[in-house]
Design a protein around this ligand. Structure first.
Ligand code: B4P
Length: 191
């Protein structure tokens, strides 16, 4: 069973490719973004109230919150193929992921990094915002918040690439291709 991490800036296509891996390759998708958004949409969730403003401004939510969510999921799905989508987002999360996998005697097989021009991210996020009904629009899908999300990516998430390089499990792919071409690159790596 494979365990893979998809890494890249906001809007690079991690969620899109994770869904294809779920549909076609029998993966379980662990998306911290989706899990946190579902807490926010539950009006009784204290956790949702705590993270709402941070997410809407493009900041990362505190490590202890996401780590707690992910560690429980790893335990539950350890015998399945897992794609980690949006986790880890910083070095601390990357190290915790390694140790929580080690605790159940497994390790990461691949970390796949999406290379993409920042200008394209802007276009994709604008397109998604324009094509989504107002009631379903993501509050962080706007130009101002995207700029902050990109800065947070550069300072917090990019250093993880070096960490996985040292472990010899990083593969870099061109995230600017068509969705099916990106998917083909990913399947070549994980097969
Ligand atoms: P996420 O939900 O992880 O969202 P993302 O990085 O913005 O998007 P992704 O890369 O998945 O892009 P997508 O496929 O949707 O994070 C949101 C927030 O949650 C963070 O800012 C943070 O606050 C919080 N958070 C999440 N995880 C956290 C963690 N571990 N620690 C702390 N905080 C955390 O693609 C975007 C658009 O592009 C779509 O419209 C798609 O259709 C389009 N697209 C995709 N691939 C394309 C292609 N090849 N060509 C053309 N368009 C494409």
């Amino acid at each position: 069973m494979k365990k893979i991490v998809l890494l890249g800036p906001p809007g690079c296509g991690k969620g899109t490719q994770s869904k294809l891996l779920v549909e076609k390759d029998n993966f379980v998708q662990l998306s911290t973004g989706d899990l946190l958004r579902s807490e926010i949409s539950n009006s009784n969730s204290d956790l949702g109230k705590k993270v709402k403003d941070l997410m809407e401004s493009g900041e990362l939510v505190p490590d202890d919150i996401v780590i707690d969510i992910i560690v429980k999921k790893v335990e539950k799905h350890k015998k399945e193929n897992i794609v980690f989508d949006g986790f880890p987002r910083n070095l601390k999360q990357a190290k915790v992921l390694d140790s929580s996998l080690e605790n159940v005697s497994i390790k990461l097989d691949h970390a796949i990094f999406f290379e993409i021009d920042f200008q394209i991210l802007q276009e994709r996020i604008n397109t998604r915002a324009n094509e989504t009904k107002d009631s379903e629009k993501r509050k962080d899908d706007n130009s101002k918040t995207l700029l902050n999300r990109i800065e947070v990516f550069k300072s917090s998430t990019l250093p993880i690439v070096g960490y996985y390089e040292e472990k010899g499990i990083i593969s870099k792919i061109n995230g600017m291709q068509m969705v099916n071409e990106v998917y083909a690159e990913i399947t070549k790596i994980i097969c």
